[in-house]
Design a protein around this ligand. Structure first.
Ligand code: GLC
Length: 751
C-alpha cells in the first residue's frame, strides 16, 4: 500500500478504532464466544465492557500456524476496516531449532554465524506465521547475579553492537528500504534502556548511572540495531535515574526518536505502562496513559490502560490527538512493511506444508551445531587432559549427563524432545561399553527447588535419594579412567526473574564434585549455566572445565565433538567470570583510579584493592583456551603518529604452534592514556577470528582510525582528542601478547 493510501486508512478510523491498533492482547481474548471473552480475559484484564476486540492491533505469543490462520480469518471477517492483526512472539534464539543462548553465541565471536542463526529463526517464524520477534536483546550486563545475562551479549559494547547488527540483519534481511521480504520477519530490539544494570543485580530493580556511562557503554547496542533497520524497540521495566523507561520522554523522544533517528514502533514491555502506577510515577491509569503517549510509547502490551484511557486523554487535546495519530500511523506502517494489507497471511497457507520441512531441517540443525561448537569455552585443560581418546573409559556423571532441558528459559517454541543431550552426543563417539552414565546428585536442593515456585514443577522429579545417587556415581567413577561431570544451575535459576545472590553450582552438585575429587581420578567439569557462575572453589578440584552455557538443540553433540577432539574449542568469554560475588560488578574495561593496585606494590594498603580478595577475575573477558597454541609476532606498523584522516595499519603474524588445527580470535584493545574524562585501562576495538592448520602462519591486519578513539566527553559530545594511545593485541583482555603506542596528532591549524 502506498503512503497516501495508508494515511487515508488512518483518517478513516474512529478514535476508538485508532486506539485499538495500539492494543496488544494474548490469544485467549479470541477464544470462545464473546460472552466467554467478556466475562473471562476481558474482565480479568479490566478492559471496559464496550471494548471491541475486533479493533485490536496485535497478538502476543500465538505461534501455531493453524491458530494464526483461524484468528486472522475470523478477525478480518468481523473487523470493519480489515486491518490485519500483527502476530508478535518471543523467539529470542531460535523457533524450533534452538541455538545456544545469546551470551553463549556472543562467546563465538562469529557474527556471520549469529546472523545465520537469526535468519534461520526468522525463516521458521515466517513459515509458521509469526510477524515480529522480540529479539535481539542487547542489554549490556556486568553483573552475573542478574538472571537475564543468558539472553544478553555480555559486558562489552563492541560485541553488543555487532550482535545487535547481525541479529537484525539475520531476522529482517539487509534491505533498508523498509519492506520486510518473504522468509524474513520484523525485529524488535530491547530493552530500552540499560535494563542490564539493575542495582544489586536484582530483577526489575532501579538503574542508576551517569548519562556518560549510559551513552558510552549502554546505548550503542540499541543504536546499532536501529541503524541495521530494527522495526521495533521495546521499553524497559526499570527506572533510569528515577524515571521509568516506559514513561521517560527524554529517553524515548529526545534520545531514541530524535538523536537515534528511530521512526519505528515503540512497544511497552509486558504491562509496563500499568506499572508506572506501581513505580509511583503515574498517579492513576489516565495519568499512565497520558505519560506513556507523551513518552512516545505506541503499543500497550497486555494492559487495559490505553484501551480504557486514551479516548479521554486525547479528547479536546489537539496535541495528544496528533501523538495518537503518529502512533497509529507507525503501527499501520509496520503492517504495511510486512505486506499484510496485500496478504494478511504472508503466504502462510502455502508455507504451512513447507514449514514442516524447514522446521528443524538438517541444514538448520547443522547451523545450530556449528554455532554451539563455537560458543563453548574451554576454561581449563590441565596437562592436555582433553581431548579424550575414544578408548578412554568414561564415567559421565551429573544432573546434566542425560538431561534434555538445556535450551534455556526463552526457548518458548523449543521442544526438549528434539535435544541431542550430552549422553546422546557422547554415544556418537564412543562404544557404550566405554561409557557409564548416572545422575550422581539432585539438580537442586529442596529449598532452591521451592524457591522456583511453579517452575519447580517443570524440573525432573527427584525420585532417587541422594545417598543412592552418590554411591552409584562413586561406583561408576571407580570403574572409569576419566570422570566427566555434567553440572550446572537449573535453566529456571536463570532468565527473567532469575536473579541469584550467590551464583554458584547448586549444593548437591558441589557435594558430588567434592566426593568424586577424593577418588584421585582425572575429572572434566562441563558447566551448564545462563551466566558466569562463581567457579573458584571447584576450579582447583578438576583437571578441565568446559563452559557449555545452555547450548541449544544440538548442544550434546557439540560438546561431544569438542570432548573427543573432532572440534577444537574456540570460544572466548563475552563476560567476566568473577572470583567472588564481592567483586561484582566487574568488567575488563574499568578505570585505572588514582591508586591502581600495582603488582609491584604487593599488599600496600592504600591502593584500589580488597584486603580479602584479589582484583583480578577468575577468568577474564576475551579468555578461552584451545587444544592448540598460537604465537603472535608484530610485523609492521604503518606509522607511530596518526592524523585525523589517517590510520595506523598494523600487520601481525599468527602461527599455530600446536598439533591441532584451530581457530583463534585475536583481540585488539586500545587505551587512551590521557583525556578530558578518565578513560578505561583498555577497550576492545577490533578482533579477527582466524582458522589456522597446525603449523600454519597467517598475517592478520588491523587498521586503527579516528572513529575508534572517540568517546563522550563531559559535555556529552562524541569526539576524539589528540594524545598518546596504547595498543594491546592479545588472546584475551589479560593475555596481551603485543603492545605498542602511537600518537594521535592534533589537527594542524592550517588543515
Ligand atoms: C517479558 C520480557 C520481554 C518479553 C515480553 C513479552 O516480561 O521482559 O523481554 O519480550 O515480556 O513476553
Amino acid at each position: 500500500m502506498d503512503n497516501n493510501t495508508l494515511l487515508k486508512k488512518l483518517d478513516s478510523l474512529s478514535i476508538e478504532e485508532k486506539i485499538g491498533q495500539l492494543i496488544q492482547l494474548t490469544g485467549d481474548f479470541f477464544e470462545g464466544d464473546i460472552d466467554t471473552v467478556v466475562t473471562g480475559p476481558l474482565k480479568k484484564l479490566g478492559l471496559n465492557v464496550g471494548y471491541n476486540i475486533y479493533n485490536t492491533g496485535s497478538i502476543l505469543n500465538i505461534t501455531n500456524p493453524e491458530k494464526i490462520i483461524q484468528l486472522q480469518t475470523d478477525y478480518l471477517e468481523k473487523s470493519i476496516h480489515k486491518i490485519p492483526l500483527l502476530f508478535m512472539a518471543d523467539i529470542i534464539y531460535g523457533y524450533r531449532t534452538i541455538f545456544p543462548i545469546p551470551i553463549a553465541q556472543a562467546c563465538s565471536w562469529n557474527y556471520e554465524g549469529i546472523e545465520h542463526a537469526g535468519s534461520i529463526a526468522a525463516q521458521e517464524c515466517y513459515d509458521e506465521g509469526v510477524h515480529v520477534t522480540f529479539s535481539p536483546m542487547v542489554d549490556i550486563v556486568r553483573d552475573p547475579r542478574w538472571g537475564r545475562v543468558m539472553e544478553s551479549p555480555g559486558e562489552d559494547t563492541l560485541l553488543a553492537k555487532k550482535y545487535a547488527e547481525s541479529m537484525v540483519q539475520g531476522i529482517q534481511g539487509r534491505n533498508l528500504e523498509g519492506i520486510i521480504p518473504a522468509n524474513k520477519i520484523a525485529a524488535c530490539v530491547k530493552h530500552f534502556a540499560a535494563y542490564g544494570a539493575p542495582v544489586a543485580g536484582r530483577e526489575y530493580n532501579a538503574v542508576d548511572m551517569s548519562e556518560h556511562t549510559l551513552r558510552e557503554y549502554y546505548l550503542p547496542g540499541y543504536q546499532a540495531a536501529i541503524e541495521a533497520g530494527a522495526k521495533l524497540v521495546m521499553t524497559a521495566f526499570n527506572t533510569l535515574n528515577g524515571v521509568p523507561a516506559t514513561g521517560n520522554e527524554w529517553l524515548n523522544r529526545d534520545v531514541l526518536r530524535r538523536e537515534m533517528n528511530f521512526n519505528g514502533v515503540l512497544i511497552s514491555d509486558y504491562a509496563a505502562i500499568e506499572e508506572l502506577i506501581m513505580h509511583g510515577y503515574a498517579e492513576d491509569e489516565a495519568s499512565a496513559a497520558r505519560i506513556s503517549l507523551l513518552a512516545g510509547v505506541d503499543v500497550d502490551m497486555k494492559t487495559a490502560i490505553y484501551a480504557n484511557q486514551l479516548e479521554k486523554v486525547v479528547s479536546d487535546n489537539e496535541h495528544m490527538l496528533e501523538l495518537l495519530n503518529e502512533a497509529v500511523y507507525r503501527v499501520l506502517k509496520l503492517k504495511n512493511d510486512l505486506g499484510l494489507f496485500e496478504d494478511p497471511f504472508r503466504g502462510l497457507q502455502e508455507t504451512v506444508q513447507r514449514s514442516r520441512n524447514s522446521i528443524l531441517s538438517d541444514e538448520h540443525k547443522k547451523a545450530a551445531l556449528s554455532l554451539a561448537e563455537e560458543s563453548v569455552v574451554l576454561l581449563k585443560n590441565e596437562n592436555q587432559l582433553l581431548p579424550l581418546s575414544k578408548h578412554t573409559k568414561v564415567a559421565l556423571i551429573g544432573p546434566y549427563a542425560d538431561e534434555n532441558s538445556t535450551l534455556g528459559m526463552w526457548a518458548i517454541k523449543g521442544d526438549e524432545a528434539d535435544t541431542v543431550n550430552l549422553k546422546m552426543g557422547l554415544l556418537k563417539h564412543v562404544d557404550p561399553d566405554n561409557l557409564s552414565v548416572c545422575k550422581g546428585a539432585h539438580m537442586l536442593p529442596a529449598n532452591a527447588r521451592e524457591a522456583l515456585g511453579k517452575y519447580a514443577d517443570k524440573l525432573a522429579a527427584e525420585t532417587v535419594d541422594e545417598e543412592a545417587l552418590l554411591h552409584e556415581a562413586i561406583r561408576n567413577a571407580n570403574e572409569a579412567d576419566v570422570i566427566v561431570l555434567a553440572l550446572g544451575e537449573s535453566i529456571y535459576q536463570s532468565g527473567e526473574g532469575g536473579s541469584r545472590t550467590n551464583p554458584t553450582l547448586p549444593k548437591p552438585q558441589m557435594k558430588l564434585l567434592h566426593e568424586l575429587s577424593l577418588l584421585g581420578k582425572k575429572m572434566v567439569l562441563i558447566v551448564y549455566s545462563g551466566r558466569p557462575l562463581i567457579l573458584t572453589e571447584v576450579a582447583g578440584k578438576v583437571d578441565a572445565i568446559v563452559q557449555a552455557w545452555y547450548p541449544g538443540t544440538m548442544g550434546g553433540e557439540a560438546l561431544a565433538n569438542i570432548l573427543y577432539g573432532e572440534i577444537n574449542p574456540s570460544g572466548k568469554l563475552a563476560m567476566t567470570f568473577p572470583r567472588s560475588v564481592g567483586q561484582i560488578p566487574i568488567s575488563y574495561n574499568e578505570l585505572n583510579t588514582g591508586r591502581p593496585n600495582l603488582k609491584e606494590n604487593g599488599s600496600y594498603r592504600f591502593a584500589s584493592r580488597y584486603i580479602d580478595e584479589v582484583n583480578e577475575p577468575l577468568y577474564p573477558f576475551g579468555y578461552g583456551k584451545s587444544y592448540t597454541s598460537f604465537e603472535y609476532s608484530l610485523l609492521t606498523i604503518s606509522q607511530k603518529e596518526m592524523k585525523k584522516n589517517e590510520s595506523v595499519d598494523i600487520c601481525i603474524s599468527v602461527t599455530n604452534t600446536g598439533i591441532y588445527d584451530g581457530k583463534e580470535t585475536i583481540q585488539l584493545y586500545i587505551r587512551d592514556k590521557f583525556a578530558s574524562v578518565a578513560r578505561p585501562v583498555k577497550e576492545l576495538k577490533d578482533f579477527k577470528k582466524v582458522f589456522l592448520q597446525s603449523g600454519e602462519t597467517q598475517n592478520v591486519e588491523f587498521s586503527i582510525h579516528e572513529e575508534m578513539l572517540k568517546f563522550y566527553d563531559r559535555e556529552m559530545q562524541y569526539k576524539s582528542e589528540p594524545g598518546e594511545f596504547d595498543i594491546y593485541i592479545g588472546s584475551s583482555s589479560q593475555e596481551i601478547l603485543l603492545s605498542f603506542s602511537f600518537v594521535f596528532l592534533p589537527e594542524d591549524e592550517h588543515e
